[in-house]
Design a protein around this ligand. Structure first.
Ligand code: GUN
Ligand code: ZN
Length: 453
């Protein structure tokens, strides 16, 4: 996969602050990232790399190193002293068209899809609507500090095209694919096996491995695909193991019952995907609230990643995800906003919800485990650890600068923090996208607070 941004690439739709790739940039601030997976419930984890008042060196869009001393005038030095500098967040599961119906009232999953979601997605059949939506969505991710994402557009090929194009223009790392649905959905939102396969193949040819983009074979969920369509999707993955698979699993109890009726031969909901060849090292499965021990073992053994969507799970009343059971079995867990069932693209809000969900289960999620699942852990799960999620030398410089505190309550709390964990945890719980000062993608500033949208 080509890794460097194409210098020929026009910076269309970039904010006015975006600049041509600058050779050598040095950002001065409080640098925080994770060198490895932190242990569960360990606020003193040695996996944390805390380098306050340091310089992050960026050369040609990539991390060149970190140092305490001023690198000198050969570098474009950017003063963010007193601010928190983090790797850009990775959102492991989010729906591009659903920013139009986020925060819709009063329904569980299946009614919510019928009442609000499908109507919003139908509009993306129109190329102009899909293009405008994709541009808005990509800018919204960046303005929330998310520089990489695994995204569902709609069933329409044009919506996937628009999304890849919008991410490409911003140099973002994006995993996406046209949504597959050939039954149990309204007219205008279904495809069929043959057309869907043709569309997938064309999109893969055009986008998979191009710049920082990758294709995910995207079954929406088992109820909206026929067994034949699942088999086609699995065959695509088998043909090319560098493809991702992206879907929903075991989110809601009525949904799980329905899948049992539709696929009586499968042992479980997850087993429907396993039998179709859709459970593998590059599978991203959202939710997984209603998995059993055998499912957890299958997910871990396949090396797949569970995209945990706490905000969505609370909002739709889907249930309380059992993080510790899945982690204990060795499965990867990445953080996901799942907008528009999730109520914010902010990864801090998502992480704060994750903390509260675990609290309801009698567990405590540390700031380190939370941050890991939204940065390096997500990157590792997506087989992108050499590329994103940390300040390791050689990684792309996807970097966000945050205010430690905004407003009198957060400022006071920040002043009183006695340990690093206490400080970062309070930041996670009290901050949101309004704390974001600057977001860089492969070294280029794509969002700066105060710039006009
Ligand atoms: N299951 C199938 N489609 C969806 C969706 O759009 N959002 C959520 N949260 N779950 C789903
Ligand atoms: Zn979803």
């Amino acid at each position: 996969m080509p890794q460097h941004p194409d210098p020929e690439q026009p910076a269309a739709a970039a904010t006015p602050s975006a600049q041509a790739a600058v050779e050598r940039i040095a950002i001065h601030g409080d640098l925080l990232d994770l060198a490895a997976a932190p242990a569960w419930a360990d606020p003193g984890s040695e996996a944390v790399r805390w380098r306050p008042d340091h310089w992050l060196l960026i050369e040609d869009g990539r991390i060149a190193g970190v140092q305490a001393q001023d690198p000198g005038a050969e570098w474009q030095r950017i003063d963010h002293r007193g601010r928190l500098v983090l790797p850009g967040f990775v959102d492991a599961h989010v729906h591009c068209p659903q920013i139009d119906m986020i925060a819709s009232y009063g329904a569980e999953l299946l009614d919510w899809l019928q009442t609000y979601t499908f109507a919003a997605e139908l509009r993306h059949a129109d190329p102009a609507h899909a293009a405008a939506g994709a541009e808005r969505f990509a800018d919204a991710l960046l303005s929330h500090g998310t520089t990489a994402a695994v995204v569902m557009p709609t069933v329409h090929k044009v919506s996937a095209e628009a999304l890849f194009a919008a991410a490409q223009r911003r140099g973002m790392r994006l995993v996406a694919g046209k949504v597959l649905m050939d039954r149990n959905a309204p007219e205008g939102l279904t495809d069929d096996v043959e057309q869907a396969e043709r569309d997938c193949r064309e999109l893969i040819e055009r986008w998979h491995g191009r710049d920082r983009l990758a294709y995910a074979v995207t079954v929406r969920f088992a109820p909206t695909s026929s067994p034949e369509q699942l088999a086609m999707a699995g065959a695509l993955c088998k043909e090319d193991p560098t493809l991702y698979a992206h879907t929903h699993v075991a989110e809601n109890r009525d949904e799980v019952r329905w899948v049992g009726e539709l696929y009586p031969e499968a042992r479980s909901y997850l087993d429907v995907y396993a039998r179709a060849g859709l459970l593998h090292r590059r599978s991203v499965l959202a939710h997984g609230i209603w998995l059993d021990a055998e499912d957890r073992a299958a997910l871990a053994d396949a090396g797949a990643v569970l995209a945990h969507s706490p905000s969505s799970n609370l909002f739709l009343g889907s249930g309380l995800f059992d993080w510790t059971a899945l982690a204990a079995r060795g499965a990867a867990i990445a953080m996901a906003s799942d907008v528009g069932a999730g109520t914010s693209l902010s990864m801090q809000r998502t992480l704060a919800d994750a903390y509260k969900v675990q609290a309801l289960r009698g567990q405590r999620l540390t700031a380190w485990a939370a941050l890991y699942a939204a940065t390096r852990g997500a990157a590792r799960a997506l087989a992108l650890e050499d590329e994103i999620g940390s300040f390791d030398a050689g990684c792309a410089a996807d970097v966000c600068v945050w205010d430690w505190a905004r407003g009198s309550v957060a400022e006071r709390r920040d002043e009183l923090a006695r340990s690093l964990h206490e400080r970062v945890f309070a930041w996670l719980v009290l901050s949101d996208e309004r704390n974001l000062v600057s977001a860089r993608v492969a070294g280029i500033e794509r969002y700066r607070r105060g710039d006009p949208p």
